[in-house]
Write a protein that binds this ligand. Structure first.
Ligand code: SF4
Length: 63
């Protein structure tokens, strides 16, 4: 699994951060950082849920 964010589409509303704080982080400038671009197996369901929940569809998973 490889995770990317389209920074031009992300509106920094923090939905993904709330659902998977181990993987997503917003900085003080409201830029989203992916802390684990290749999340370990135990976090993958959580990450998929966060990706599906992004209201802007800014996150992409490559399997
Ligand atoms: S849920 Fe989507 S729009 Fe919101 S911070 Fe995460 S990537 Fe950005």
């Amino acid at each position: 699994m490889k995770l990317t964010v389209d920074a031009l589409v992300c509106e920094a509303n923090g939905v993904c951060v709330g659902l998977a704080p181990e993987v997503f982080e917003l900085d003080d400038d409201e830029r989203l950082h992916i802390l684990m671009p290749e999340p370990p197996a135990e976090l993958r369901d959580k990450v998929r849920h966060a990706v599906r929940s992004c209201p802007k569809a800014a996150l992409t998973i490559e399997e």
